[in-house]
Design a binder for this molecule. Structure first.
Ligand code: PLP
Length: 398
């Protein structure tokens, strides 16, 4: 084979930036990759080919993975439907409910700070004749369970509230909302893409009927996720894809066995290490904030600091004229929090919903640490952020 064209002449090898964007995606854990590899090559069977050993071998591996995913959230294996990720799971949950039960139950309740794939799904259902309530959140990013209860009517089909927010990391009171939904016989869906593997989740204790998961936010591969679909009491969904009727008729298509295996392995690893890792991430997160505040005044934390994922911070900086420091920090892989913010200059709908004002909203940085983050990286990052914010302040008219 010839040399790859990217080994360009005269380009000095660059040091890679410090990765602090684990809420956008996580690296696939090497232990997960090792589990996956045989399923690309020697164990390549179609898991739906039951007639021969190749198929059965792949099928067994997929069913083991299904049990591993189920175990992470206190579900039964047969309640797990594999999908391509949380976007598909959220679409299947809400459009699937609407398609099956929508006749007469045409009201959906969700929250202003949900991920775009939930908000856009609900808006699509509105265009099809459903009515929707987009609940506001308090300044700390949390919703009030009593406000959920107050919106429910005899026509309400479902409540969809994310477990943890992808921008500000706040963790919603799922158990309280679940109890209300169960009492009122309304389906409860939660987008747990950010929370799964990071904090304990239990579909039984939380009365969750549908839960969306994705592997690539928890050290598994991209392109695989799951939807938990409760069996008792039974939740039914109209499939969104026509085909061979795989996944108990809810999601047709050949299951990607290597990805399923990787997702399962990622769930097992996350469950085994959750407690210790959660404490470690919390310490790294606090260390970053302490170091920053030791050098800088006017650093605000967006969203509750207590009801929050251990590895997340979302910060605003006063006195820098609304400029975002990320532009001056090419050595740090940080995010403004929402994928569309930088491209469209549209302020984050999450920060808008919690009442962050201009020009502070434009200064927001989402900082997220993960499995491979070290203390040295956190200290370096805190120093660099402080340095660039100080530089902006010297330049900015007081
Ligand atoms: C990443 C994310 C999604 C989308 O998940 P994909 O698997 O990338 O489609 C949905 N919701 C939340 C909260 C997320 O963080």
């Amino acid at each position: 084979m010839s040399k790859p064209a990217t080994a360009a002449v005269g380009v000095a090898p660059q040091r890679r930036p410090v990765y602090l964007d684990y809420q956008a995606t996580t690296p696939t854990d090497p232990r997960v990759v090792a589990e996956m590899l045989p399923f690309f090559t020697e164990k390549f069977g179609n898991p739906h080919s039951e007639g021969h050993a190749f198929g059965r071998e792949a099928e067994e591996a997929v069913e083991t993975a299904r049990r591993q995913v189920a175990d992470l959230i206190g579900a039964e294996a047969r309640e797990i439907v594999f999908t391509s990720g949380a976007t598909e799971s959220n679409n299947l949950a809400l459009k699937g409910l609407a398609g099956f039960y929508g006749e007469g139950r045409d009201h959906i309740v969700t929250v202003a700070t949900e991920h775009k794939c939930v908000l856009e799904t609900v808006r699509q259902l509105e265009r099809e004749g459903f009515s929707a309530t987009f609940l506001p959140v308090a300044a700390d990013g949390l919703i009030d369970p009593a406000a959920v209860a107050a919106t429910l009517t005899g026509r309400t089909l479902a409540v969809s509230v994310m477990a943890a927010n992808n921008e500000i990391g706040v963790v919603q009171p799922l158990a309280e909302i679940g109890r209300i939904c169960r009492e009122r016989q309304v389906f409860f869906h939660t987008d747990a893409a950010q929370a799964a593997g990071e904090i304990p989740l239990n579909v039984g204790a939380m009365n969750v009927d549908l839960m969306s998961l994705t592997a690539h936010k928890m050290y598994g591969p991209m392109g695989i996720g799951a939807l938990y679909v409760r069996r008792r009491p039974r939740v039914r969904l109209a499939p969104q894809m026509s085909g061979g009727g795989q996944e108990r008729g809810m999601r047709s298509g050949t299951l990607p066995a290597p990805l399923c295996v990787g997702f399962g392995a990622a769930c097992s690893l996350a469950a085994a290490g959750m407690e210790a890792e959660s404490r470690r991430l919390g310490r790294l997160r606090d260390r970053f904030l302490d170091r920053l505040r030791a050098r800088l005044d006017g650093v605000s934390v967006n969203g509750s600091l207590t009801a929050r994922l251990p590895g997340n911070l979302n910060l605003g900086f006063a006195g820098i004229g609304g400029e975002n420091p990320i532009g001056r920090l090419p050595d740090l892989a940080l995010s403004t929090g929402s994928a569309c913010t930088s491209a469209s200059l549209e302020p984050s709908h999450v920060l808008t919903a919690i009442g962050v004002e201009e020009p502070l909203i434009r200064t927001a940085i989402r900082f997220s640490v993960g499995r491979t983050t070290t203390e040295e990286e956190v200290d370096y990052a805190a120093g660099r952020v402080a340095e660039e914010v100080e530089a902006l302040r010297r330049r900015s008219p007081a």
